[in-house]
Design a protein around this ligand. Structure first.
Ligand SMILES: Cc1ncc(COP(=O)(O)O)c(C=O)c1O
Length: 339
């Protein structure tokens, strides 16, 4: 058989839908509703075609320098990837033996299970014991939006024999994060991962990075493609880091909208987790099915996310959009729930 057995039985990850139509209110993949820094536009406008003739910098030197400054560490403690999804795949390659397992919270980012299947190793939920050699800890978690304290993460990592990768895709929207643990001199097994896709409004660019102990960072470098981050992505991400104020202003707007939509939903009888992210995880009032809300909203061009898995099927996940988008969402939602 030409296709490997593990691949034949693989289900594959199903990403949130990316509709072609611009008229859709897209609250299904946790993108940022606000544009990236104008400095990114400047870079693109002035980018010389000649730069594409050559291969990009395999070490992302300038970007790593800027990220080191931002996170109070040194460039040799940083790894840059083609989106943080690439870093997750590389971690599965670098830190897991064939007879070991990958662990994560459950429910959590569903790609983790697929990565374990691709790597042909076991996935286990909510456990760090036994054969688990890589634990992917989404914090704040997705799709629940909830946050584990830095102290709890530190304590768990300390007693864990494997690599603890804290996926902080949404950390800029939360009260607390674990970067301080990752940059600490005595850290031996904790990696903190961030992305440009959410708070920096650059999901289309595909850049993520992580910070951790040098031996672990060096291991990731060994298993990566030589030129994993393209020349344009390196430049644009650098411009975004240099204008971190812009990102923080957008985050502030998202956090304010998050609070008001949470209140509104609760007033309508929805159960809404206290979110530390750029999305809400919400359960409709008795008598209304989450799946129906998801399907009916879709008919009205409002896309949210819903999963059939048992432990999440009573909820919808709604990305925080602009105030105007959330007004439409609330209007349509009220109409859907009335029926
Ligand atoms: C928890 C989590 N980690 C990682 C990612 C992927 O981010 P990137 O766009 O950097 O690959 C996502 C995207 O939705 C996510 O929710």
């Amino acid at each position: 058989m030409m296709i490997a057995k593990s691949v034949r039985k693989l289900e594959g990850y199903v990403p949130g839908e990316q509709p072609k139509s611009r008229s859709v209110i897209k609250l299904n993949t946790n993108e940022n509703p606000y544009p990236p820094s104008p400095r990114c536009a400047e870079v693109l406008k002035n980018f010389e075609l000649e730069n594409l003739r050559r291969y990009p910098d395999p070490d992302c030197t300038e970007l790593k320098q800027a990220l080191a400054k931002l996170n109070h560490t040194t460039p040799d403690r940083i790894f840059v990837g083609n989106g943080s999804d690439e870093i997750l795949a590389l971690a599965a390659r670098a830190f897991v033996e064939d007879d070991e397992a990958i662990g994560s919270l459950d429910p959590s980012y569903s790609l983790y299970k697929t990565l374990a299947a691709i790597r042909n190793v076991k996935w286990v939920g909510n456990r760090t014991d036994g054969k688990v050699s890589l634990f992917l800890w989404t914090n704040p978690n997705a799709p629940t939006g909830t946050l584990a304290s830095k102290d709890f993460v530190a304590k768990t990592a300390k007693s864990f024999k494997g690599v603890m990768l804290v996926d902080e895709a949404y950390a800029d929207f939360s009260r607390e994060n674990c970067m301080e643990l990752a940059v600490a001199a005595n850290n031996r097994n904790l990696i903190v991962m961030r992305t440009f896709s959410k708070s920096f409004s650059l999901a289309g660019l595909r850049v993520g990075y992580c910070v951790g102990p040098k031996p672990l960072i060096d291991a990731l470098v060994k298993v990566k493609d030589s030129y994993n981050v393209d020349a344009i992505a390196q430049r644009v991400a650098l411009a975004a880091v240099k204008d971190v104020k812009w990102m923080r202003a957008n985050v502030k707007k998202v956090v304010a909208t998050r609070a008001s939509v949470t209140d509104e939903l609760r007033k309508l009888g929805w159960t809404v987790n206290e979110s530390e992210s750029n999305f809400l995880f919400a359960r409709p009032p008795r008598g209304v099915k989450a799946e129906t809300v998801f399907r009916e909203l879709k008919k009205r061009n409002v896309f949210v996310r819903w999963w059939a898995a048992k432990n999440v099927r009573d909820f919808i996940r709604v990305t925080i959009g602009t105030d105007a988008q959330m007004e439409v969402f609330m209007r349509e939602l009220k109409d859907v729930c009335k029926r």
